[in-house]
Design a protein around this ligand. Structure first.
Ligand SMILES: Cc1ncc(COP(=O)(O)O)c(C=O)c1O
Length: 445
């Protein structure tokens, strides 16, 4: 073993507090295990305890930990190239762009690479402005999350709880870009207080009014996650996206799908296959590089793309290692894993829905592929958010060897988003550990 690695691996648990003094961590829900090694859906901590990971580490490890095929291609390719300046062409960049264009909707044929999710959304914003002369306003949805860069943070302000902590503005309000927010179609808990039956898609009416009367100037783009992830795993009604598309066409607004969490995880490569509604720009990140950092935008034919005059220039935007990993991932997804994602997602979704009979505190089960959220409530009739219960389930989960994710504005949406390679046996493990953790949590709260 390399001597540097030997030294790293030799760090003892009792020394960690000393090391921690040198770290500034700006996000995440800490307090879990210190991770040492993983394989597939399982990860081990420094005490040797094993956990099945339903977070896929920021939902990004689509093939799980230490995937042999990804590791092999990365090892093989990195003997030749790793980081390359954007100004130089490489074979992996050509190949990855072409492959993404092949799997994207037919009229999406040009790709721009960047360094991660937030930068991909910012890049979509630049492209929207390029294509909508004179327009500079952006609309996003209540509870959206689009990143923590200065350009995107304003859109994520509510979902990061910044609004709760800093009433009147986040600490960075002075320098962040402001977004116009409109109600999200969160039908289980409609922000307009309506019931889905007979609501007449009031959220779409508010969107229209906002475009017409609520903004000083033309809107450049509507940016939305087609399935709102951090906001609470909210699957939208098809008619909502159809309505947004119509409004964008009527007013000449660019529609951006932030597919940073939905790409492949919902069981189809892109959300247009799931909903039947196409955007104008697709932003990608997270799982795109099978755990290696990369972001991208794919744009509809007819839109203006970038000129090579530093409009979109990043040192690490041509990372050939991430590109080959991303290509290999698509190959693996096309050869059974995407199908597995649909099958295992449907299986978990059905079993979890069945559990609602035993645990009425599971107010809603929202599942699309392996993008699964359970909204926990104190009582299904009042729908009061069961924030404490969720924290207790998560804590019991750590004890029972399972890592759950947390989402939703009241932190009452339990996220189950394991790697897309999960087997039936591991899915059964998730269900069993969930049941056990839920029962422990009910006793403890
Ligand atoms: C939907 C969505 N958009 C954008 C981002 C930001 O991506 P990144 O953290 O890579 O900047 C995230 C990250 O959680 C996300 O979930």
């Amino acid at each position: 073993m390399d001597q540097v690695l030997e030294k790293i691996y030799a760090i003892k648990k009792y020394e960690l507090d000393d090391y921690a003094k040198h770290l500034m961590i700006g996000g995440g829900t800490r307090g879990g295990p210190v991770l040492k090694r993983g394989k597939g859906c399982w990860v081990e901590d420094i005490d040797g305890k094993k956990y099945i990971d339903c977070t896929s580490q920021s939902w990004a490890l689509y093939l799980g930990y230490a995937n042999d095929e990804i590791n092999n291609i990365v090892h093989e390719h990195s003997q030749n190239l790793t980081h390359v300046h954007q100004g130089f062409d490489t074979l992996p960049r050509f190949a990855f762009a072409k492959k993404l264009a092949q799997i994207a909707p037919a009229s999406f044929n040009r790709v721009s690479f960047t360094v991660g999710g937030g930068p991909a959304v910012e890049s979509a914003m630049k492209l929207a402005v390029k294509n909508r002369e004179g327009a500079g306003e952006f609309i996003c949805l209540y509870d959206s999350y689009h990143g923590a860069t200065l350009g995107t943070m304003g859109a994520s302000w509510i979902s990061t709880m910044g609004s709760g902590k800093f009433i009147g503005g986040s600490r960075f309000n002075r320098i962040i870009r402001q977004f116009i927010r409109v109600p999200n179609p969160y039908c289980y808990r409609c922000p307009l207080g309506l019931e889905p039956e007979g609501c007449e898609m009031m959220c779409l009416k508010v969107l229209r009014l906002t475009i017409e009367k609520g903004i000083n100037g033309p809107t450049a783009a509507i940016i939305l996650e087609p399935l709102q992830a951090s906001g609470g795993q909210i699957i939208f009604p098809k008619e909502y996206l159809q309505g947004v598309r119509k409004l964008c066409d009527e007013f000449g607004i660019i529609l951006v799908y932030d597919e940073i969490q939905t790409y492949a995880r919902i069981g189809t490569f892109f959300a247009n296959e799931y909903y039947g509604v196409e955007p104008d720009i697709i932003a990608l990140g997270k799982g795109l590089g099978a755990g290696f950092p990369i972001g991208a935008n794919i744009i509809r034919d007819g839109l203006k793309g970038y000129e090579p005059d530093s409009e979109e220039l990043h040192t690490f935007a041509n990372n050939s290692v991430s590109q080959v990993a991303g290509l290999k991932l698509i190959d693996i997804l096309e050869n059974g894993v995407l199908e597995n994602c649909r099958n295992m997602g449907n299986y978990l979704g059905k079993e979890l829905k069945d559990m609602q009979k035993t645990f009425p505190q599971i107010g809603d089960v929202r599942q699309a592929g392996l993008h699964i959220g359970l909204e926990l409530v104190i009582d299904p009739a009042t729908k009061a958010p069961a924030t404490g219960l969720l924290a207790a389930v998560r804590k019991a989960g750590f004890e029972n060897g399972i890592i759950f994710g947390v989402g939703g504005m009241a932190k009452n949406v339990l996220k189950i988003k394991p790697p897309l390679i999960i087997t039936k046996q591991d899915a059964d493990s998730v269900l069993e550990s969930f049941r056990k953790s839920f029962m422990t949590a009910l006793k403890n709260i």
